[in-house]
Design a protein around this ligand. Sequence first.
Ligand code: C2E
Ligand code: CA
Ligand code: CA
Length: 652
Amino acid sequence: MTTGVVDADVPRTDVAESAAHPLHGVWHRLREWLPQGNMLHSHVFAARHRMITRLALVQAVALGVYGIVADHDASSALVAVLVAGLPALGGLLTSLPRAVRMLSVVTSLMFASASLVDLTHGLTEAHFHFFVMLGVVSLYQDWAAFGLCVLITVVHHALMGLAAPGTVFATAAQRSHPVQWALIHGGFILAASITHIVAWRFTEQLERRDPLTQLPNRAAFADQVDQALGQHPGPVSVLFVDLDNFKAINDSGGHHLGDLALTHAATVMADNLRPNDVIARLGGDEFAVLVLGDATLGERLATRILKSLQEPFTADGREVLVTASIGVADTELTISRVSADLLRGADLAMYCAKSSGRNKLVRYSAEVDIAVRERAALAADLQHALERNELDVYYQPVVLGEPPRVCGVEALARWHHPRHGMVPPDTFIPLAEESGLIKTIGAFVFRVAATQVAAWHRDLPGCADLQLAVNLSPVQLRDPTLVAMIGDTLGHSGLAPGHLIVEVTESMLLAELDLARRQLEALRSIGAQVAIDDFGTGYSSLSYLAKLPADQVKIDKSFVQDLAREKSPSVALVRSIIDMATALGLDVQAEGVEIDEQQAILSGLGCERAQGFLYSRPLPSADFAQFMSATPRVLPTVELAPVDADLVDEAS
Ligand code: C2E
Ligand code: CA
Ligand code: CA
């Protein structure tokens, strides 16, 4: 799908709709501006209600006392106590619904104002009590409470003003026009109300908006989804958006850069939506979008967002790239019009997008549901894999020169799952990274491999100088105990630091350069070497190589495997990587060499080190010893899979 099509299909302004309802926009804006009401959290409501009820009860008693002190007869004083006190008692009955209890207390407060005015024979100053009560009532932040307050004021003034003007108004002029004065007093109450509404709206905004992006928060979003599901009969969809590298940005550039990245992402997303779509920040680096339409429409909007996020933005003088993983679900896919189901579907789809490589869009489906559940089950199994001895280390030979001679091995983790058989590291390493288990697994792989290679140094003919390459995950590189762990393990295994190469990926270095540099420099200072793995797949330019704390570059297998194709652009790319690396004094190693032709091109370009199925697949330790005793050029029979037929055809 091209973006041109996307843009044409999804207009940013819904022209048809606004033309059909000219007042729609005004009403919509007014609704937006007015506070929503009835949204105090139950614990906040309970605390305020308790306080207001107490006030109402104390006030009822105080009215009685005042009646007696002010020389009224006992019955008038008692009436005042009952009129204000009885409704206040309703506020105490926890069996009643929240709204009924609230309105009882509001009635009590307003009746207290009316009684006070009555007891003072319409004294003007006594009317101020209405305003005080209005302020108290506004603490409920509720339209019904507020409306009842204004209603009782107007009705009291009008009715009592007609029936017994002396109990409401102080002057003769007022008494002769009770309705007119009721409306004037009502008008003042209304004016005072507006100030309360404004204050109330600000409080609501504070509670319902994310202070950084000014977007609705999770609670406000959930309400919006509920509302849309109730009012919109057609399909409703939700996009769940999670930024991919936010933590890295925050860690490397500080919270200020993190905040800029969040506001940038929020702006980009909002710019790609239509006026009626609702975008919210759910927390951290998670956003959600509500779309009145099906998942196909949702997907188009999401594609547009992903495309716009491809553009890096400049902050604090550097270019920053924030990509996102997006999950889309609609009410038809989830077969449910319950907001929690819709959000969960979109969340699961997002999780799927994240685990299938980030910067992706996934539409919810029953299969997504199953895949996510299976992945979660696998993650749970992985927790016990080490203690159940299911993890193992394989060794893939690295060769040097012509004819190729084995100069080292790369240690690669293997998981023999009791039910699923061999689970590839591309599946379980990300799971281990998510749970943090990679620290333990990484330490295990390193301990086993270092011990093994040290033993080969002693026992295996021709292996006295074998180098060991181990992969370091970004999670490990962030771990402050990493260098100590590696130092200790080297000490225990007897492997000399000069034989160790740690492999890190380029993208992880870009994201967390400062921290990574410090850790890698520390490892180099104890004598280990650093290799940049999968080089060429990240975003960095070649000139960036000079800044990396590295000794070696591993050209990613995707380029190597493309080399033998006719007119392949990879040849030029690989040549420039090799030239650049050589100029910087770095070793270059090719990965994924599968056929002779690739090897021939590589050695023609000056790359002497290589690794790939052409020489050997990753081998269990016992098979490696056997492999070394045979000719290195002989392909071992273990773990052998057919080489890509197309490549072989083209090469022959
Ligand atoms: P990697 O570090 O790029 O490792 C090389 C991968 O390429 C290995 O996959 C290897 O089996 C495969 N390979 C080698 N030669 C060829 C070839 O000629 N053709 C093809 N198509 N593939 C070849 P493997 O063992 O499945 O590992 C996948 C990735 O998992 C590794 O990629 C590495 O990123 C990660 N990994 C494996 N073990 C560990 C570990 O102990 N720690 C960490 N952090 N990551 C690991
Ligand atoms: Ca590697
Ligand atoms: Ca690699």
